[in-house]
Ligand binder design. Structure first.
Ligand SMILES: Nc1ncnc2c1ncn2[C@@H]1O[C@H](COP(=O)(O)OP(=O)(O)O)[C@@H](O)[C@H]1O
Ligand SMILES: [Mg+2]
Length: 253
């Protein structure tokens, strides 16, 4: 379980996240939606502490951290939380000079100090799970965007994180390639992977999210089930935003 309580993030005098309180259940999928600049990426980066909140509290499994303005957070505590997260980025960010399987093995070998043979075995299992075993020895530059993103998902899952964080995982992809990534994420969701993802992709969000959080100007405007937020949002602001999502798909259950 992940709990964010009264999280605030400021960059100098600018408040980018304000009073974010969110509970993310084990095995659930939470979609963060909302206009660009609303704070979705910053919120994801606050969960894995790539950005350290200026105030509030995070609980991730057994670990709990409280942030106090002007007080430096402990590096060890940050690492303990970060190691329970995996992150998938919009632009994949594979290491270009490593093959697909080497990308997946990297963290296991360098951070967790696994022997190479064991890391390779685990990497191969994950590449199989994302349908990329046949490209294990391929260089990232020879893979399609959808294939690169599937390798990136395998890499993020390698250390068995408690939560998979995805920042617009399909938005750099053509619809057909996005669909193969949606399929992989949907399968992970059905297997009980806890996920938090920022996305504009209504197909992705409506297919796999249990909970949708609408974020604007750094604050939560509305939260609810995917069915309610996409089908019958309460707030006027949410309604307007949902109607601008150019999905071409009607939301159906
Ligand atoms: N490192 C930073 N320094 C200053 N401002 C930042 C930084 N990162 C993000 N911001 C600001 O925080 C706000 C939220 O950005 P972001 O989290 O990227 O939104 P979203 O992902 O919803 O588009 C924006 O106004 C952005 O300019
Ligand atoms: Mg963003």
């Amino acid at each position: 379980m992940i709990e964010l309580s009264h999280i605030e993030k400021r960059f100098a005098d600018v408040v980018v996240l304000r009073d974010i309180t969110l509970r993310i259940g084990e095995g659930s999928v939470t979609a963060l939606v909302g206009p660009s600049g609303g704070g979705k990426s910053t919120l994801l980066r606050c969960i894995n502490l790539l950005e350290v909140p200026t105030a509030g509290q995070i609980r991730l499994g057994e670990e709990k951290m409280t942030f106090v303005p002007g007080q430096k957070a402990s590096w060890q505590a940050i690492q303990r939380i970060r190691r329970q997260t995996g992150m998938v980025f919009q632009n994949f960010q594979l290491f270009p000079h490593q093959t697909a399987i080497e990308n997946v093995m990297e963290g296991l070998v360098t951070v967790l100090r696994w022997p190479a043979a064991r890391a390779r075995e685990r990497a191969m299992e994950l590449l199989t799970k994302v349908g990329m075993a046949h490209k294990a020895d391929a260089w990232p530059s020879t893979l399609s965007g959808g294939q690169q993103q599937r390798v990136a998902i395998a890499r993020a899952l390698a250390p068995s994180p408690r939560v998979l964080l995805c920042d617009e995982p399909t938005s750099a992809l053509d619809p057909e390639l996005a669909a193969e990534v949606v399929d992989v994420l949907a399968r992970l969701a059905s297997e009980g992977t806890t996920m938090v993802m920022a996305t504009h992709d209504l197909r992705l969000a409506s297919k796999i999210a249990n909970e949708v959080v609408f974020l604007e100007a750094g604050a939560i405007v509305e939260t609810g089930s995917a069915r309610n937020i996409f089908g019958a949002p309460e707030r006027e602001r949410t309604k307007r935003f949902i109607s601008t999502l150019n999905s071409g798909l009607s939301y159906e259950i």
